[in-house]
Design a protein around this ligand. Structure first.
Ligand SMILES: Nc1ncnc2c1ncn2[C@@H]1O[C@H](COP(=O)(O)OP(=O)(O)OP(=O)(O)O)[C@@H](O)[C@H]1O
Length: 792
């Protein structure tokens, strides 16, 4: 075997790292082969019995390949290497047909997103004409929205830190730049919603300094090809972060921005000091982020609020709520024992209570009571029972979480009110930026929801790229050998299918007062133990695991029931609804209305009671919004952007092959390249095709049908395109390379025709002008001669 490798031969070799590396043969003897790694120049020697670890390699062009489906070697190694070669050449974008792979450079190359680039990619009809770029993807979706008259949806996915939020912003900037509308204000308001929501919904995590801790779906509406409004939907804000975060992490940016942005006078007004002093901010021992100026971002936040028409009163209420949350976190309790030897607690930080009450427009006693006592409703009475220390701390944190999450929902509603559409809408383009797959050392309820959402998105991707594609080939009777792909339906069923999916079990248990996290876990074990995707721990632990498409994740069920119920105490809602601050009171009155709508009238007692079975739990609400989202997206034409994180330490311009490969494997990218290469992703009905490309042939087809014209156009193509299309029953299917060729030809002809038309019209106008001038001159000459004659 070794003798087949000559000196200088390009090869892939297995260095033991778990992925093949590109190398070149530098020495061959009878018993061994020496290979120089192209990664680091090191030499690797393989003995005669190790030749299976070396295979021949088709070299890539030095700058890599723009669209990976055009590569002749579609092995995992080649795809991975192509991404690396391009990354090293500062080409961070690569296509897989129409799917964009975006690798995070972790460094902002501003020129790459300048107006020059906007102009370069504007009106792109096909992707491959220029180097891969996010603007090309945005431009294609934008122009398809008008030409195909189908609403578009750009689905951005990837791990935390992959670059989803950044990509969303770049697409929005592109859409704003090419927007011809006269109403620039609405576009500006839509753009300004991003920094505002980032302040309130993003935080530093160990994986990403600016991690979105909520999912968002932004729909941008068009009328007469101009932006006329937008709608933002948010998903599952991470509430636990408001009261706790891990080491090296931070709470939401807005708290630090506020403290850095306020001057001494303002701080005094809200009773604030430095971040280190607040329990809700200092748990991660990480106050500042090297690449971020909190003071500067506070000014941007103020600008955003101004552009979005937040009144002075509204801004002040927001700051008061934020300041009150910080004071709340600093309230501490101490244990005392009463005469009957009962464990009691008392508040040791009166000042904080006073600040909270003052800022929230409450009286001190009202808040104090909610923090130290539980109200139970028994028959006609409301009974107060004292909390123990742990319960009091829980109650404090629950109030802080309720304040923040209510504020966040109010902000989203407030933004939507400003950017909503007032007139009719022709089309829309939506962008989905949803939290990436998560697998931490401890995973809880939030991770289960996030990973469930990622499973649903992966399903949507698979459905579009593999399932529907192959079903349509079969329906249109194309010659096609089916490609297998990893279908994740079973995992979706395990988590969410009625009646026994894990989230359904959780919901049943959440509505059952005596249930505990353990009883939920036992039920899961009992019903799913035999499922190949479900793992029951060998030892008595509080966990179960799920085999996701992106890897195994172990979930710790402690706290699942409480988090899912997420019941805000009705007496707390009542307290805030009675605040002297009308804006704050209204936020909570809205919540009270929702709660009221889930309460029933108890005829016997004549009082309202909470019908818990009907109160929507967090997972029920989340599953609903997720299926609504997928439904909406299914009605749009999707464009997929897969964001890839190049390394785990947020370092600029460093690509670690193992980190990238894992993401490529987990998201089915390798199968995607195969199907996109073999498949025929671009399709037109014969009528559409004939109408669009008829200009490419000269024959006249007076009464011919569209299929005949289509076939004629195809027969006229150079032979290299023969295998690039298939003719179905109602449609023509083709590869992107053929569409690119056709579009190029068409655009050339249209330009030529336009030039001819321009030339003819210009000639006509010139001739006309000339005739006019000649006529005028003749008249002048005539008159002049007559005048001379008269003079004589
Ligand atoms: N195209 C880009 N150019 C320059 N830097 C980028 C680009 N994309 C991402 N980054 C950098 O990487 C960081 C992480 O990106 P981003 O916040 O968009 O990731 P994400 O996928 O949205 O993560 P999460 O799921 O945690 O919200 C950004 O703050 C930015 O510094």
């Amino acid at each position: 075997m070794i003798i087949f490798f000559s000196l200088g031969k390009p090869v892939w070799f297995d260095s033991g790292a778990g992925y093949p590396i590109a190398g070149e043969v530098i020495d061959v003897t009878r018993s061994r082969i020496s290979i120089k790694s192209l990664l680091n120049g090191k030499t690797f020697v393989f003995g005669i019995d190790e030749t299976a670890r070396v295979v021949s390699r088709i070299p890539l062009p030095p700058e890599g390949v723009n669209d990976m489906i055009t590569m002749s070697d579609l092995s995992e190694a080649s795809i991975l290497w192509n991404i690396k070669v391009r990354y090293d050449n500062r080409q961070f974008y690569t296509y897989i047909g129409s799917i964009l792979v975006a690798v995070n450079p972790y460094h902002m190359y501003h020129e790459m997103y300048s107006t020059n680039y906007v102009q370069k990619y504007e009106n792109a009809l096909v992707l491959n004409a220029l180097p891969a770029h996010i603007f090309a993807t945005a431009s294609l979706a934008h122009s398809k929205m008008f030409t195909d008259k189908i609403n578009q949806c750009v689905v951005i996915s990837g791990e935390s830190g992959g670059g989803k939020t950044q990509s969303t912003k770049l697409i929005m900037n592109y859409l704003a730049s090419v927007n011809p509308g006269k109403n620039k204000l609405i576009t500006e308001q839509i753009l300004e919603a991003s920094p505002l929501l980032e302040s309130f919904g993003n935080a530093k995590t160990v994986r990403n300094d600016n991690s979105s801790r909520f999912g968002k779906y932004i729909e941008i509406y068009y009328s007469q090809k101009s932006i006329v409004g937008a709608k933002l939907s948010d998903f599952l804000l991470e509430k636990s972060r408001i009261v706790t975060h891990s080491i090296d992490e931070r709470n939401y940016h807005v708290f630090y921005e506020l403290l850095e942005g306020f001057d001494t006078e303002e701080k005094r007004k809200y009773g604030l000091t430095i971040p280190e002093k607040y329990f809700y901010l200092n748990q991660g021992a990480s106050m500042a982020i090297a690449s971020k100026s909190d003071a500067h971002d506070f000014q941007s936040l103020l600008t955003a609020m101004k552009i979005l028409n937040f009144t002075k009163n509204e801004q002040e209420t927001i700051f008061k709520i934020l300041a009150a949350i910080l004071h709340l976190g600093n309230i501490y309790f101490s244990r005392t024992i009463d005469d009957a030897n009962h464990d009691l607690i008392q508040i040791s930080s009166k000042t904080e209570i006073e600040w909270c009450s003052h800022l929230l427009g409450l009286n001190d006693q009202g808040l104090l009571q909610k923090l130290t006592h539980k109200v139970t409703e028994a028959r006609d009475e409301r009974l107060l029972s004292p909390f123990n220390l742990e319960q009091a701390l829980d109650s404090r944190d629950a109030i802080a979480k309720a304040l923040y999450s209510t504020l966040f929902s109010w902000l989203v509603a407030r933004i939507n009110q400003i950017v909503r559409v007032n007139n009719s809408v022709d089309n829309s383009i939506a962008i989905l930026d949803i939290f990436g797959f998560e697998n931490f050392s401890t995973n809880s309820f939030e991770q289960l929801c996030i990973n469930y959402a990622n499973e649903a998105l992966q399903f949507h991707f698979n459905r579009h790229v593999f399932k529907l594609e192959q079903e349509e080939y079969a329906k249109e009777k194309l010659a096609w050998k089916k490609i297998d792909f990893s279908d994740n339906t079973d995992c979706l069923d395990l988590i969410g299918k009625k009646p026994n999916g894990i989230l359904q079990i959780l919901d049943d248990e959440s509505n059952f007062p005596k249930a505990t996290d353990q009883s939920f876990l036992h039920k899961c074990h009992r019903l799913h133990e035999s499922n190949r995707l479900y793992g029951k721990p060998r030892l008595l632990k509080t966990t179960f695991s799920i085999r996701h498409y992106a890897g195994d994740v172990e979930y710790d069920v402690r706290g699942f029931l409480d988090k899912n119920r997420d019941l805000l105490r009705s007496d707390v809602i009542d307290l805030f609804s009675s605040s002297r601050n009308e804006i704050l009171a209204n936020m909570f009155r809205d919540i009270r209305d929702v709660y009221e709508s889930h309460r029933g009238f108890h005829f016997k007692t004549g009082r309202f009671i909470t019908m818990k079975a009907k109160t929507p739990t967090v997972s029920a609400k989340f599953s609903d919004s997720l299926s609504h989202l997928i439904d909406t997206m299914t009605r749009c034409q999707p464009t997929f952007i897969r964001c890839i994180k190049p390394n785990n330490d947020k370092t600029p311009n460093k690509l670690e092959l193992s980190v990238v490969l894992e993401q490529l494997r987990n998201t089915g990218m390798l199968e995607t390249v195969r199907i996109r290469k073999l498949g025929f992703p671009r399709r037109y009905l014969f009528e559409q095709f004939a109408k669009r490309y008829r200009c490419l042939i000269t024959n006249s087809f007076d009464n011919s049908d569209s299929k005949e014209i289509t076939i004629h156009i195809l027969n006229n193509l150079p032979t290299k395109f023969t295998l690039k299309y298939q003719i179905g029953i109602t449609k023509i299917f083709m590869r992107e390379s053929l569409e690119y060729h056709l579009e190029k030809e068409r655009s050339y002809l249209l330009n030529k025709a336009a030039t001819t038309i321009q030339r003819t019209i210009k000639g006509y106008i010139q001739r006309k002008n000339f005739e006019k001038q000649r006529h005028a001159i003749l008249i002048l000459q005539k008159q002049y001669r007559r005048w001379i004659d008269k003079k004589k």
